[in-house]
Unconditional design. Structure first.
Length: 436
């Protein structure tokens, strides 16, 4: 910010200084030229033609410098065929004449005199009583003009240096004071890291309060993530403790069915690991906050996969084609895959999926219905427990609905079991947050 301010102030002051310098130089030069033009006008007004056809002044010019040789202010009158009429200040020198067709005054710079640059104004005049074109010329040394320009330029440079320094100091103070709330946030974060305070509590300006609120929300989210990770680790350790104890006891007792015990307990441990991994993956993907999934596309993909496993089951998918939910596609596929597969496995041969069955509201409802035997009311809550199975004659781990419940809860959705009015079997009402 300071480098940008320094560069911008320098550019503006440089551009403004150059423009102002040219303007003031033009003004000073124009004022100097106006003085020469005034003298030229006074010469023309005082000039007359004498009896010998020579030019003379009816009244003397008032500036004493015209009488002092080399004073820096000169005049001359030149006419073809006539003797030059010169000011005493010229002494033995003569001013240049630039003949033009115009009768207007002409102003130019001249280096005719060595070490004395001149500012010259001249004008051709035809005086009454004479047919000769007389060239009236007034010249002044540029030393005085250059001195005036130098004084103006020095004042201008000094003023702009002071102004630039003041602006840079102001920008530095503004930057320092403007960024002071960020230093306060840095100190607050340091205290959080050192002391373990869970959030930023100190009052800060309103301009940074939204950032502080987001920081506090991030800290709370990270704390929840850490708590959930510790809970998952504890749950997994607790779930694996019993199978490991059984295996160790069977090995220590040299049980004859040790191989069967190991296989059975290993399958239990595998189910527990799969369950907690699925939940951990859902938690990790939820952090991004940018998840979007096409419900109809996911339902069609799941129908194709499950249809290969159960070719005799009739699938019917209906509802909105553009419904989007705030889930990762992989998690949505896992939810629908578990529910549709259960409907095909335990139903009577028909599965009906309705996408966005209730189009109003913040949640997108997906209904999965089958024509099976359904689930009695007392069992509809227990069936979501890990390892719970009502029909043990068909293959499965009993973790499908538990994973569905956990993933839905992670994303802030809802899942409920009801009786299907159309097919007579089970209706799974899955409500997921819509994508913004």
């Amino acid at each position: 910010m300071m480098l940008i301010a320094l560069a911008w102030i320098s550019i503006l002051l440089l551009a403004g200084g150059v423009a102002l310098d040219r303007t003031l130089n033009s003004y000073v030069t124009r004022s100097f030229d106006e003085q020469l033009e005034y003298i030229l006008t006074a010469m023309v007004a005082s000039a007359e033609i004498g009896p010998d056809d020579a030019v003379w002044f009816s009244r003397p010019l008032g500036d004493q410098r015209f009488l002092e040789p080399g004073s820096g202010l000169y005049w001359q009158i030149v006419g073809e065929g006539h003797e030059d009429y010169l000011s005493r200040s010229l002494w033995d020198r003569q001013l240049p004449v630039r003949e033009t067709d115009s009768m207007d005054p002409v102003i130019f710079d001249s280096a005719t005199f060595e070490n004395e640059p001149l500012r010259v104004i001249q004008r051709p005049i035809i005086l009454p009583g004479s047919d000769t074109t007389w060239w009236f010329t007034v010249a002044a040394s540029r030393g005085e003009l250059n001195a005036q320009i130098g004084r103006v330029r020095s004042i201008l440079i000094y003023s702009f240096v002071v102004l630039g320094f003041g602006l840079i100091v102001m920008a530095a103070l503004q930057t320092w004071l403007g960024l002071s709330p960020l230093r306060g946030i840095r100190r607050a974060i340091h205290r959080i890291r050192v002391t373990g305070v869970p959030r930023v509590e100190e009052p800060l300006p309103l301009e940074v309060q939204p950032m502080v609120d987001e920081l506090n929300a991030l800290l709370a989210h990270s704390q929840r993530q850490a708590e959930e990770a510790r809970t998952h680790a504890g749950n997994l350790a607790h779930a694996l403790k019993t199978p490991l104890t059984v295996v160790n006891n069977a090995a220590a007792a040299r049980a004859p069915d040790l191989d069967e015990v190991v296989k059975r307990e290993a399958a239990i441990m595998r189910r527990q690991v799969d369950h907690h991994l699925a939940r951990a993956r859902a938690l990790g993907r939820r952090v991004s906050g940018l998840a979007r999934a096409d419900v109809r596309g996911a339902a069609d993909a799941v129908e194709r996969v499950v249809g290969r496993l159960y070719p005799d089951v009739r699938f019917d998918i209906d509802g909105a084609d553009t419904a989007m939910v705030a889930l990762e596609r992989q998690d949505l596929d896992e939810l629908l895959g578990n529910l549709v597969e259960n409907a095909a496995k335990y139903g009577g041969g028909s599965v009906f999926v309705t996408v966005d069955a209730v189009p109003d509201g913040e949640l997108c409802e997906i209904w999965i219905e089958d024509d099976g035997m359904g689930i009695p009311d007392p069992e509809r809550i227990r069936i979501f427990d890990r390892g719970a199975r009502l029909d043990t004659n068909k293959p499965g781990t009993g973790l499908g609905l538990a994973i569905v419940r956990d993933v839905v809860e992670i994303y802030g959705g809802e899942v409920a079991l009801e009786e299907s009015e159309d097919l007579g079997g089970l209706l799974v009402r899955l409500a997921l947050p819509r994508a913004g």
